[in-house]
Design a protein around this ligand. Structure first.
Ligand code: SF4
Ligand code: SF4
Length: 291
């Protein structure tokens, strides 16, 4: 499905231009993205480190160098279903991944088309045709922090999201990055994803300096090799993460405490281990799917 959208990421720009203030335009574009199906949405100036150096998959010639084409990136999340993700590493989790990649692609392609219709260049970045590193763009647009499993950790769904991006020259008001020390502290003491990872691809211990920045570094080769063995995209790390719990009153109360107190973070982790286990097992999916 996303393959059929790959050619639609960039098309002709309207010769009529709509002029609004950057503030009005930003509000309109964000509301439009939510209307199309985005959950959270942010804007950031596009930086050289957001952009892949060369074309890999997708449209264009393999190996060609990529310029920083546009001034801004609009980035949004779509939520993955908690129950389907909980079945990981079995097939229902991959069904959910596929569904949400399509959702993110649909929203991004529609949003980029709408911006071009307003008279401004815009390109959608979708599964199989990304030219930007979506988690870095999302972090800089204030949508979350990068956690131990190296995915974006959003405040409400944790890593249980997929990302879509539209880059554009439409003048927009950027959002501020929101460094989240609570997520870094929680990931430092938690290590649950590293413990359950079947391929041992997620590091234990504190963040280390990699290419001049403090971060955890996943081993993508061993992770991908496990995907090939199991025949799905695994996602055990995402499914066991305490930040992935559903949007409910009790979990939101815990999120509130985690964001505010180091002592509460330790208590919440103890409770998570007690209720869900230090190495939670895959769950059964909804009745209609059978893994
Ligand atoms: S499972 Fe724990 S260590 Fe891993 S990303 Fe989630 S909170 Fe961080
Ligand atoms: S997807 Fe699976 S193999 Fe890859 S890092 Fe996560 S838990 Fe490990």
């Amino acid at each position: 499905m996303t393959e059929s959208l790959r050619e639609a990421v960039d098309c002709q720009i309207s010769d009529q231009t709509l002029s609004l203030s950057a503030q009005e335009m930003t509000r309109y574009i964000k509301d439009l993205a939510v209307f199309y199906g985005a959950k959270d949405i942010g804007v950031t100036p596009l930086q050289p480190y957001h952009v892949y150096s060369h074309i890999g998959r997708g449209t264009g010639d393999y190996g060609e160098t990529l310029p920083v084409e546009h001034a801004y990136a609009i980035v949004f999340t779509v939520e993955m279903d908690f129950e389907m993700v909980g079945t990981s590493p079995y097939l229902p989790t991959s069904m959910e991944t596929g569904k949400q990649y399509v959702e993110a692609a649909r929203v991004a392609v529609q949003l980029a088309a709408a911006i071009r219709f307003l008279g401004y260049p815009a390109r959608a970045h979708i599964d199989g045709n990304y030219r930007v590193i979506a988690p870095l763009v999302a972090r800089d647009a204030g949508l979350g922090e990068i956690g131990r499993m190296t995915l974006l950790m959003t405040p409400m769904e944790g890593p249980r999201v997929r990302l879509g991006v539209v880059t554009t020259d439409l003048a927009l008001i950027p959002d501020a990055r929101k460094p989240d020390q609570a997520v870094i502290d929680f990931c430092t003491i938690c290590e649950k994803c590293a413990r359950v990872c079947p391929s041992r691809s997620i590091p234990f211990g504190p963040r280390e300096e990699v290419d001049g920045a403090l971060r955890w570094k996943l081993n993508p080769d061993t992770c991908f090799r496990y995907w090939a063995v199991v025949g799905t995209d695994c996602a055990r790390c995402m499914s066991v993460c305490p930040y992935s719990h559903p949007d409910s009153f009790s979990h939101n109360l815990i999120r509130w405490g985690i964001a505010r107190s180091g002592a509460f973070r330790r208590f919440a982790l103890m409770m998570d281990d007690l209720f869900y286990g230090k190495k939670p097992r895959p769950k059964l999916g909804p009745g209609w799917v059978d893994h």
